[in-house]
Write a protein that binds this ligand. Structure first.
Ligand code: DQA
Length: 151
């Protein structure tokens, strides 16, 4: 497969995920976001995808990236961080898309504080993967691949 024919998967990370590695390692593990990106790149190569891996602490930037992704993006994997529990704007942006969306969390949000049990992202997601640490991202990539190979 040539580089140009590869499908692109957008991986979006929300606020404070740039702090992975030092941020509450007992909850989020010791891997950095760069480590996660590198793991994703190797798995994506095996499956025949390119990865566009981004992080922002700004809700408006995340909404902008979601709006721009139509056309050359095959799927979105989204860890919206704390915006998961607050952002109708991210939900609305996702609902304009017609590509698979996989919601990702490192931690099992349902085992944590009650305010983390509700996700505004979930109604727009094909499915949710949470609680497997950095491996949640790999599982989400596999899930996206599974959906895309059926299309
Ligand atoms: C998180 C869970 C959220 O509740 C939290 O605000 C995060 C990270 C996770 O990956 O486990 O920032 O999305």
């Amino acid at each position: 497969m040539t580089e140009g024919s590869k499908k692109n998967i957008l991986v979006l990370n929300g606020p404070n995920l740039n702090m992975l590695g030092t941020r509450e390692p007992d909850i989020y593990g010791s891997e950095t976001l760069d480590d996660i990106n590198n793991n994703m790149i190797s798995r994506a190569e095996t499956l025949g995808y390119t990865i566009d891996f981004r992080q922002s602490n700004s809700e408006s930037e995340l909404v902008g990236w979601i709006q721009q992704c139509q056309g050359d993006t095959s799927a979105i994997l989204l860890n919206a961080g704390a915006f998961t529990h607050t952002s109708v704007a991210i939900l609305d942006a996702l609902q304009t898309l017609d590509i698979p969306v996989i919601e990702v969390h490192l931690s099992n949000i349902f085992r944590r504080e009650k305010f983390r049990h509700h996700s505004y992202v979930s109604p727009a997601a094909n499915g949710i993967i949470c609680g497997f640490g950095s491996n949640s991202y790999i599982l989400a990539l596999d899930a996206a691949h599974n959906i895309l190979s059926k299309n």
